[in-house]
Design a protein around this ligand. Structure first.
Ligand SMILES: Nc1ncnc2c1ncn2[C@@H]1O[C@H](COP(=O)(O)OP(=O)(O)OP(=O)(O)O)[C@@H](O)[C@H]1O
Length: 311
């Protein structure tokens, strides 16, 4: 759990983070969005004390981070930045082992952890462990950046635009990997992004910042249906609201009995994908499958109703 209490950072006469309070419960993902210069990175960097707060406090697992010594900050809080920040002259394995080595883990334990993480990120340890970062694609480098941050099993992961440099296909893969790994380890994550679609896909809660202030902190559905200010509304994009609502939900939760013609959709697809499929194929309903077996259908009428503003 991360508890941020009245956190403020002043540069000159400007509070670039201004009296921000929020709590990220254990195992949740808080995504921070806002315009450029709104204080997102400064807020994130005050959590691992790369930036010292002017006032206010941060507690991790109930303990004030002012009492943490350097090794506790490294051990308990992983940090990932855009462009991954890998050490170019260290191998992939050495990069992942950075924090465990600093913590003096024994060699066998480090080796096992490196191989476990590579496997988890679907990179064969035999093939990738001894490569240099330049011998990897951008997407693979980013995965190693995340693996490195997770190496010492931190309870908190801070991520600043981690997928900003990736193309859309690799980016959604990286997001799916992150969600799978987050579920497995139960890590509490705070992630900064400019991409509202990414925020909605990853965040259990979204924090909207503007000019250093926290304007709203709520689950995605609430941000979409009840934006706290005109600024929040504009950030979501009023033309996108119904589609964002649909994107938050899975087909599996809205399957109806009955038949439908044509190509089926998997129950793990989002309602947005189902809606697009109906529109694109000109159908009023599409069959739904689970593991390839038919389980029912989803109708255009139901999708249309679900896209409407919640009452
Ligand atoms: N070391 C510093 N000294 C003076 N001003 C700073 C410093 N670091 C950040 N700022 C200012 O604080 C404000 C917030 O910066 P920050 O990087 O936190 O914003 P951001 O929301 O992350 O922006 P972006 O989305 O563009 O990365 C900006 O106006 C920036 O110029």
């Amino acid at each position: 759990m991360i508890e941020i209490d009245a956190l403020t950072r002043v540069y000159g006469t400007t509070a670039v983070v201004d009296n921000v309070s929020l709590t990220v419960p254990r195992g949740e993902i808080c995504v921070v969005v806002g315009t450029s210069g709104s204080g997102k990175t400064t807020l994130l960097r005050m959590i691992n004390r790369l930036v010292e707060p002017s006032s206010g406090s941060v507690r991790i697992g109930g303990e004030d981070t002012r009492g943490f010594v350097a090794y506790q900050l490294r051990r308990r809080i992983g940090y990932v930045i855009q462009g991954n920040g890998l050490f170019p002259h260290h191998t992939v394995g050495q990069n992942i082992a950075t924090v465990p080595s600093l913590l003096n883990w024994d060699k066998a334990r480090i080796r096992a952890r490196v191989d476990e993480l590579l496997t988890l990120f679907q990179l064969d340890p035999e093939d990738y462990r001894d490569r240099m970062p330049r011998q990897l694609s951008g997407g693979q480098q980013q995965r190693i950046g995340v693996a490195r941050a997770l190496a010492a099993e931190p309870e908190i992961l801070l991520m600043d635009e981690p997928f900003g440099a990736l193309d859309p296909v690799i980016r959604s893969k990286a997001q799916a990997d992150l969600l799978a790994i987050q579920r497995r380890f139960g890590t509490t994550i705070m992630l900064v992004t400019h991409d509202m679609t990414e925020a909605m896909a990853l965040g259990t809660r979204i924090a909207v910042m503007d000019a250093g202030k926290l304007l709203q902190y709520a689950p995605p559905a609430e941000i979409i249906s009840r934006p706290a200010t005109v600024f929040v509304d504009a950030l979501i994009g009023s033309g996108d609201r119904p589609f964002r609502m649909l994107a938050l939900q899975k087909v599996r939760d809205h399957v109806e009995p009955g038949a439908a013609a044509g190509l089926p959709i998997d129950e793990e697809a989002s309602l947005r994908e189902a809606y697009a499929e109906c529109l694109w194929s000109g159908r009023d309903a599409v069959p739904v499958v689970r593991d390839g077996a038919l389980v029912g259908r989803i109708t255009l009428a139901r999708l249309t109703a679900l896209a409407a503003r919640p009452q």
